[in-house]
Design a binder for this molecule. Structure first.
Ligand code: AMP
Length: 438
C-alpha cells in the first residue's frame, strides 16, 4: 500500500514525501480510510506507530484550506510536549496548504501570546484541556464550528485528572454532525467509558488486544539485586558510547532520578541531564531540547516528566526501575524503535521489579528475555535496609493479591496474641508516660 492509494491531495502527498514517509504504517493503513470516510474511530496505538499522521492527514484533507476565523477542528492532548509534537506534525504535513493552527498549553506557555494567536484566527486548535477551557472562559474562543474532534493519548488525559474539563468541553462543543476520534495506548475501563460518551458507532482499530510494544524494539532484562549493582551495570553498559549514543534512563521516583543523575555526571559522562516533576517547565524543555539535538547523550527521566516527549533515534531505553503503572512500560519503550527504526529496551529488575515485570509480560503478551549480568560488573551485597524495604514491599503486594497469603516477612512483627493485646497496649502506654514527664 502507498499513500497515493488514500487519494490524498497533491499538497499532502508532497509534504508526506518531504517528511520521508515511504509507506503508510499499519495504523495509518487502517485509520486513514475510515477517517476519510467520516467514521468515528477508536485507535489503540502507542506513540511511535505513526498515529499522529494517521489522524492529521485525514483532518487536513477535510479542512482543505483556510476558512473564516473560528476553529473547525480540535485536537486534545494531555501535555504541552505532546501538543507541540502534534503541532510540529501539523506544520510539516500542512506545509503546502494555507491552513492555520494554534497550539494552546499551560505551564511555560505564555497565555498572552496564545490569546494573540487565537485572535488572529485559525482552522485548527491543538490544546491541553485545561488551557483550552481557560481561554474559552475568557470569551476569546468560539467553539461552535468544531466539526472534528480528536483526543490523543486519552488514557493519559484521564490519568492527569482532566475528566472534568473533558466533560465541560463536550457540553460546550456542539455534537451535531461532528466527527470524533480517540487514540489511546491502553484501554482501561475509564477510557472505554469515555469512548461511550464521546464517540458514535465508532470503528475500532485494534492493532493489539491489550497493549502493543513496537515490533522494532528489542526488549531484555537483567536481574539485578540492588541499587548499587544497578548503578554498576549502568556504568558498564554506558561505557559503550558508540552503540549507547542516545539513551533515556527511566526511574520511578525523582529521588532515584536525582541519584542516578548525580552518579552519572560524576562517574560516567558529563553529557547528561535529568527531568522530573520538581524541575520547572523551562529546565525540562531545555534538557529535552538538548537531548533531542544530541547535545547530550543521556537523559534521566521519571514517567511523569517524560510524558508526550517525541524523540526519534533513541538508541536505548533503560528502565532503571520497573514502572508501577504497567502501561508506562509501553509508553517508555515507545521512545525507542519509533516508526521502523530499531531500538533496544533494557530493564534492570530487583526482586520487586521482577514481580511487576511478569505482569507487564502478560499485558504486552510477550516474554521478555533475560540476560546475564556480565562478569566484569561488581555485584554488591544488598544493604540490610534496602533488602528489608524490598521484601516488605513484595510481601505487601502478595498479601494484597492473595488474601490467604500469610505474609512471610512482617507477619511476625504484626502478629499480636489476642490474649496479650491489652497487656501490650498498657505496656506501651506506660512506656510512654515517663518520657512525657522528662
Ligand atoms: P507518532 O506515533 O505519531 O508519534 O510517530 C512517530 C514517528 O514516526 C514520528 O517522528 C513520525 O514523523 C514518524 N512517522 C509517522 N508516519 C510514518 C511513516 N509512514 N513512515 C515513516 N515515519 C513515520
Amino acid at each position: 500500500m502507498t499513500f497515493e492509494d488514500f487519494k490524498l491531495n497533491r499538497q499532502l502527498l508532497n509534504a508526506i514525501e518531504e517528511a520521508g514517509y515511504e509507506k503508510p504504517s499499519p495504523i495509518q493503513e487502517k485509520a486513514i480510510p475510515l477517517l476519510l470516510a467520516g467514521h468515528d474511530v477508536i485507535g489503540v496505538a502507542q506513540t511511535g506507530t505513526g498515529k499522529t499522521a494517521a489522524f492529521m492527514l485525514p483532518l487536513l484533507m477535510k479542512l482543505k484550506y483556510a476558512q473564516g476565523n473560528e476553529p473547525r477542528a480540535l485536537i486534545l492532548a494531555p501535555t504541552r510536549e505532546l501538543v507541540m509534537q502534534i503541532y510540529e506534525h501539523f506544520e510539516m504535513l500542512s506545509k503546502y496548504t494555507d491552513l492555520r493552527a494554534v497550539a494552546l498549553y499551560g505551564g511555560s506557555g505564555s497565555i498572552k501570546r496564545q490569546l494573540e494567536q487565537v485572535r488572529e484566527g485559525m482552522d485548527l486548535i491543538i490544546a491541553t484541556p485545561g488551557r483550552l477551557l481557560d481561554i474559552y472562559q475568557r470569551n476569546e474562543l468560539n467553539l461552535r464550528k468544531i466539526k472534528t474532534m480528536i483526543m490523543d493519548e486519552a488514557d493519559r488525559i484521564l490519568d492527569m485528572g482532566f475528566q472534568p474539563q473533558i466533560n465541560r468541553l463536550l457540553e460546550i462543543i456542539s455534537s451535531k454532525k461532528r466527527q470524533n476520534a480517540l487514540f489511546s495506548a491502553t484501554m482501561p475501563e475509564k477510557v472505554v467509558k469515555l469512548t461511550e460518551d464521546f464517540l458514535e458507532f465508532p470503528e475500532e482499530i485494534n492493532i493489539s488486544p491489550v497493549a502493543v510494544t513496537a515490533e522494532t524494539v528489542e526488549q531484555r532484562y537483567y536481574e539485578v539485586p540492588n541499587f548499587r549493582t544497578k548503578i554498576n551495570l549502568l556504568e558498564h553498559l554506558l561505557e559503550d558510547k558508540e552503540s549507547f549514543h542516545k539513551v533515556i534512563v527511566f526511574t520511578r521516583t525523582k529521588e532515584v532520578a536525582n541519584n542516578v543523575y548525580k552518579f552519572l555526571t560524576r562517574k560516567v559522562d558529563e553529557s547528561v541531564r535529568v527531568i522530573h516533576s520538581n524541575k520547572d517547565q523551562n529546565a525540562r524543555s531545555n534538557a529535552f531540547d538538548d537531548f533531542k539535538k544530541e547535545n547530550i547523550r543521556i537523559l534521566v527521566a521519571t514517567d511523569v516528566a517524560a510524558r508526550g516527549l517525541d524523540v526519534s533515534d533513541v538508541s536505548h531505553v533503560i528502565n532503571f526501575e520497573v514502572p508501577k503503572q504497567y502501561d508506562d512500560y509501553v509508553h517508555r519503550i515507545g521512545r525507542t524503535g519509533r516508526a521502523e527504526k530499531e531500538g533496544i529496551a533494557i530493564t534492570f529488575a530487583n526482586v520487586l521489579d521482577v514481580h511487576h515485570l511478569r505482569k507487564i509480560e502478560k499485558l504486552i503478551g510477550k516474554k521478555i528475555p533475560q540476560e546475564r549480568i556480565p562478569t566484569v560488573v561488581d555485584i554488591t551485597q544488598t544493604p540490610f535496609e534496602e533488602n528489608q524495604k524490598l521484601l516488605r514491599a513484595l510481601d505487601f503486594i502478595r498479601q494484597r493479591e492473595d488474601p490467604n497469603y500469610k505474609g512471610a516477612f512482617h507477619h511476625k512483627k504484626r502478629y499480636q496474641d489476642p490474649k496479650n493485646k491489652d497487656k501490650k497496649k498498657n505496656r506501651s502506654s506506660s512506656n510512654r508516660k515517663p518520657k512525657k514527664k522528662r
